[in-house]
Design a protein around this ligand. Structure first.
Ligand code: SAH
Length: 458
């Protein structure tokens, strides 16, 4: 190990950055998070650095570097855009024994800066001693995924609980065993995400010798099907789940992100076929959570849009089972993205309605008069079978037969199909297109001439 990783206390320290261009800006982004007094010396600085100077986050000396700038500096960054100048600064700092980092000149550096995963107060620094910046970046990306944003809060809470545990367990080895148990479960990242209250409860239960943790249910949005469109929170939840209860429209690519050992329960409802009822789904969720398992209830798109989430939340709440909701990209958003169209357009529509083509009674009635107005725009879910009904109702209320309608089938998936039509031709064009997959009808949305490349799941 040629480079020693240390965490340097920046309180009351002067850090000198020579340069105010892009190289300096990159260093400053990290330095500004510290408590150091930062001095930037350069005749000219970029707009970001200037903004920081105006905000008082650093002091800008508007002139060329002078060796007297090194006075009192604990660290020096030679980060001008000129290698020769940087070399001169590095030499001057080295002559005074002040640790220096020179941009892009490893041999002139007394210290180098690692890649960071910042969950203050938890900081992970990654260095490869310059051998592989690409590997450092990959490791950073991997750790960014695994360490949830709550990691810092978790560490802070642990700090306050430590004294409490110390009072009850005077023996250090006992305490170490205790904390290893709290943190040593099968999924560290899930544990890091627990709320401070839950952590406190876990500690109390453990101290009382009862360490069964209650199960919980996460209602997770699986998005429109392309796994790229999942949130990081959804990925984490899938990774940590003991049980995954999923709908018909959840894609295989998304399901594959769960653990192989997890239990997978299909509860899809196929339109027009006998399928599992909502009470039975609620029962599965309650039962699994009461067994102490971590349950992910995976719904296509966003779980709170046409997903009967309330019924599940109520059933779980009746049993005091904690529920957490992780939003997802709803299919209307994915459909709009597929056609490069804004859902709301300045000067055209001030609102957009999310409609369902079907409800418990059959074809769903809507406020047709308002939808039929020239600027009425809507995204219709479950609307393929109801297209003739929707067309009839809208025209009856005076909608223009030439009103554009765009149908996006399998939005975001590799088999995405877009059909541009009009209200007049909607049912016939749907029939001709032979739509079998899930589709959104975008009423009032026409084809746009744009140049785009789509990000579709392969
Ligand atoms: N909660 C989901 C909607 C569930 S209702 C969401 O927020 O998207 C089921 C309807 O969603 C389908 O009938 C279809 O209209 C729509 N849908 C789901 N996935 C889709 C996709 N990939 N492309 C187009 N529409 C989709």
């Amino acid at each position: 190990m040629r480079y020693l990783p240390i965490h340097f206390d920046t309180r009351d320290a002067k850090i000198l950055v020579v340069g105010g261009g892009p190289a300096a800006e990159a260093k400053l982004r990290t330095l500004l998070k510290t408590d150091a007094n930062i001095v930037v010396v350069d005749t000219d600085i970029g707009p970001e650095v200037a903004r920081w100077a105006t905000q008082g986050k650093l002091v800008w000396e508007q002139r060329d570097f002078d060796t007297s700038d090194l006075d009192g500096a604990s660290l020096v960054y030679a980060a001008t855009e000129n290698d020769d100048v940087n070399a001169v600064i590095a030499e001057a700092a080295a002559a005074r024994q002040i640790p220096v980092n020179a941009a892009d000149q490893r041999d002139a550096c007394r210290f180098i800066t690692p890649a960071l995963v910042d969950r203050t107060p938890v900081i992970v620094s990654i260095g490869t001693e310059g051998t592989s910046p690409a590997l450092a970046r990959a490791l950073k990306a991997d750790l960014e995924m695994r360490l949830p944003p709550e990691t810092g809060a978790f560490a802070l809470k642990t700090k306050t609980l430590r004294d409490h545990v110390k009072g009850l367990m005077p023996d250090l080895a006992d305490r170490q065993r205790f904390w290893a148990k709290i943190l040593g479960g099968k999924d560290l990242s899930a544990q890091l995400r627990v709320s401070p209250e839950t952590l406190e409860k876990q500690v109390e239960l453990n101290l009382a010798g009862e360490d069964e943790t209650a199960g919980k249910v996460l209602l997770v949005g699986a998005g429109p099907g392309n796994p790229d469109m999942l949130t990081t929170a959804a990925r984490r939840a899938l990774h940590a789940a003991d049980v995954i209860v999923y709908d018909r429209l959840v894609s295989d690519g998304v399901l594959e992100l769960g653990r192989r050992e997890a239990e997978y329960i299909y509860v899809g409802k196929t339109p027009g076929e006998p399928s599992i009822g909502q009470p039975a789904i609620n029962e599965i969720l309650v039962e699994k959570a009461l067994e102490g398992l971590s349950v992910v209830r995976l719904k296509s798109g966003d779980p709170l849009i046409f997903g009967r989430a309330d019924e599940e939340i109520d059933a779980l709440s009746a049993h005091n089972i904690p529920v957490e909701i992780i939003p997802g990209i709803t299919s209307a958003a994915a459909a709009a993205a597929a056609i490069n169209s804004s859902l709301t357009t300045r000067g055209t529509n001030r609102a957009i309605s999310f409609l369902t083509g079907h409800d418990a009674k059959g074809f769903a009635e809507q406020d047709w008069a308002s939808l039929a107005r020239p600027n009425g725009r809507a995204a219709v879910y479950m609307g393929v079978g109801a297209s003739r009904f929707i067309q009839g109702r809208l025209m009856l209320h005076g909608a223009e037969p030439d009103r554009p309608v765009t149908v996006v089938e399998n939005a975001s998936r590799s088999n995405q199909i877009i059909t541009y039509t009009t209200l007049r031709n909607l049912p016939d064009d749907i029939a001709t297109a032979g739509i079998k997959g899930p589709a959104i009808l975008l009423i009032g949305y026409a084809e746009r001439e744009t140049f785009s490349e789509k990000r579709l799941a392969v």
